[in-house]
Ligand binder design. Sequence first.
Ligand code: SF4
Length: 362
Amino acid sequence: MKKTERVHHILNEFNEKSFQNDLIQWFEQEQRILPWRENKDPYRVWVSEIMLQQTRVDTVIPYFNHFLEKFPTPQALAEAEEQEVLKAWEGLGYYSRARNLQNAVREVVEDYDGIVPSDPEELGDLKGVGPYTKGAILSIAYDTPEPAVDGNVMRVLSRILHVEDDISKQSTRKLFEELVRGVISTEDPSSFNQGLMELGAVVCTPKTPSCLLCPVQQHCRAFEKGIETDLPVKSSKKKQKKIPYLLLLVENENGEVLIEQRPDQGLLASLWQYPMVPLTDVDTQSVPNWFYGEYGLNIKLGEKIDKIKHVFSHLIWEMDVVRATVDSGDLDYKRAQFINPEDRKDYPFPVSHQKAHHYLNQ
Ligand code: SF4
């Protein structure tokens, strides 16, 4: 069956109007008070939607408030140093979100006088603005009936409409975008999309949906069949790869600690960290050659003081934290420097390395 036929088939006998009314009415009465809902400024909506990807609302609130204080307008964000932006994002994770946001906001300032475009094509062409973010900005800020489909919305709709497609597949997202186009309110797309997101966050939750309190229960096919917890269908994730490291707290004779900036591309790009050495490359009793070569220092390893585990979506770092001292040599690596431990607050560190901060005060 072609997609459009399939969409018609799924929406056959679904009462869109009544569903929209129940969802919107509930959202208007019950929505949580959140800082990004104070007004519909597209820049605020944009920042909040980027921060909320993969991150819980409670975690985002203080970051959002601080970020908007520091960068209250697209112009302010566009003019900021990247390191300042990363510092404001420190601890939130998925740092490429911050870099892409800043790059796209710079385009908005240069090409659109600092006004976030309301044209779907122009908005979608900005770097890092994918279909979800585009739909969220267009619907929430500009009241345009565009779908904003993320995992949350797919879960809710797969239950309401009884769709058993695997939501980890890209083609399923496209199907849900078409389904949203079929059911979205053209009168109030902002409340409709926010209502779907809110429903997924507080009622139709992944493991234990509160069906008995659900404002759209009478529209829900999965509830009617008693299969709500069997949906959505999602193929299991690949197991994360574990990588063992030494994390070195290298101090020099002045009590300064060695930090280095990560590469400009890839995981945690441009953030700062304590030197990390893949454990497979190291004989822990002596100084690895390449390590000496990289920094121009002869490093003497000391006691192991902790083991830190940090889980990313696709891999796990298992880091043995080891104290170390400089035996000889002069630092000769432009991405590394010795700093007073107290000055580390001026550098954006990933959470994995923040976990080692306190050892430097002991
Ligand atoms: S009735 Fe249950 S499964 Fe259906 S939308 Fe509501 S909370 Fe989700």
